[in-house]
Design a binder for this molecule. Structure first.
Ligand SMILES: [Zn+2]
Length: 297
């Protein structure tokens, strides 16, 4: 976790998942807490060496790679923890993630791992979008849902901590099918990011960029391409069971599913794109022989 400085107040620890840091004289806010104890320990070590303050933790969304280290942090330090409404419920009861990933069933034990189930953390205060005060530091929170239900990006003056609202190019290409839970909200959020007036942004995965809006544009194009390819698969037959569409689409994208976690994540992501094309009227849902199926309009 290499510490990177953006300006006098804004920093981030660069890792597979970035951890943001905002500092004033007496207060320090971490933005997200990394995947596990080891990630947050590296951050604490560096803050301690510099004797920099740590008083608050803001969790952007309830994905284990962003809050998995929070339980350790809360045990070791007296920090006040903030998270968005709804996301807070999952952070308090992280078993909810494998539950929803498995269609509401009590999850298989293979789905109860640190990548989809962080350690529980009690949130001190939930928040929503708008102007907000963390300690004495003024920030603006932006609802950037689409990748998660109520993810919030945090703006401090002219720097945006964008969470997973967009991905850098490397991350986009690595996952082939980016993880989202709602295709329409994802696009609306990306378009909203283009209107936020800041000097630069740091995503949850990737580097701080002043020119982040061109990366956001690339994200929009990427999602549009995914949608076009998905529509081609749905158009192959008169109607196709949704599970077959998901499997065929993963194959088309070069994804080879070999465990329950990746099955659950890809299934959710492809379903999010399917939801979009159903909601915008390009595809119809039908029931054929008890299969939920998709039909091109
Ligand atoms: Zn995430």
């Amino acid at each position: 976790m290499e510490l990177k400085q953006i300006n006098d107040h804004c920093f981030y620890f660069k890792g597979a998942v970035n951890i943001g840091y905002i500092k004033s004289e007496e207060e320090g806010i971490l933005i997200d807490a990394g995947l596990d104890d080891s990630a947050i320990k590296k951050v604490l070590k560096q803050l301690d060496e510099k004797n920099w303050p740590l008083t608050h933790l803001f969790i952007t969304h309830a994905h284990a790679d962003h809050f998995g280290g929070a339980a350790y942090l809360k045990k070791k330090r007296s920090v006040k923890v903030y998270a968005p409404e709804l996301e807070s419920a999952i952070i308090n009861y992280p078993k909810l993630e494998p539950i929803y990933l498995q269609n509401g069933n009590n999850p298989y034990k293979q789905l109860r791992n640190k990548f989809v189930e962080g350690k529980p953390v009690l949130i001190d205060q939930t928040c929503s979008d708008g102007s907000f005060k963390i300690g004495s530091i003024d920030v603006t929170l932006h609802n950037v849902s689409g990748h998660s239900y109520h993810m919030l990006a945090l703006q401090m003056n002219d720097v945006l901590y964008a969470a997973d609202s967009y991905f850098d190019e490397k991350t986009l290409n690595k996952h082939n099918i980016p993880y989202i839970i709602d295709g329409l909200e994802t696009i609306n959020t990306l378009e909203k990011l283009l209107t936020i007036d800041v000097k630069g942004a740091v995503p949850g995965h990737g580097d701080y960029e002043e020119n982040f809006k061109s990366t956001v544009e690339k994200n929009i194009k990427y999602h549009q391409t995914v949608e076009e390819e998905l529509l081609k698969i749905i158009s192959r037959e008169e109607s196709t069971p949704i599970e077959k569409v998901i499997a065929e689409f993963c194959k088309h994208c070069g994804v080879k599913i070999e465990n329950l976690t990746s099955w659950a994540l890809y299934r959710t992501a492809v379903s999010a794109y399917i939801k979009k094309v159903v909601e915008d009227g390009q595809v119809e849902m039908t029931f054929e022989d008890n299969y939920l199926s998709l039909k091109r309009m």
